[in-house]
Design a protein. Structure first.
Length: 93
């Protein structure tokens, strides 16, 4: 499993933990202590999720930048690489 796949799984897990923790807050039988603990959990999960998302975005940016450097911009869609004259003509021509 690649690092991005591990990050994606962690992000999905943290998102699910946040969902459950937030739904627990709706329970009217929670004591003030339990409610405070649920808020602390939400804060911890949110910080971890934010950190994982930043790492994921940094990794994706690094891969994109590396791809552009290796291909010298050749991986752009055809519509961006076409000259002004051919852009006026339909792609199917």
């Amino acid at each position: 499993m690649t690092e991005l796949e591990v990050l994606a799984r962690s992000i999905n897990g943290l998102t699910e933990l946040l969902r459950v923790a937030r739904s627990d807050l709706a329970n009217p039988t929670l004591t003030p202590f339990e409610r405070r603990e649920a808020y602390h959990q939400i804060d911890r999960y949110s910080v971890d999720l934010r950190r994982h998302l930043l790492v994921m975005e940094a990794e994706r940016s690094r891969v994109r930048r590396q791809s552009l450097e290796e291909n010298s911009g050749r991986n752009l869609p055809n519509s961006l690489n076409r000259s002004a004259e051919t852009r006026r003509q339909p792609l199917s021509a």
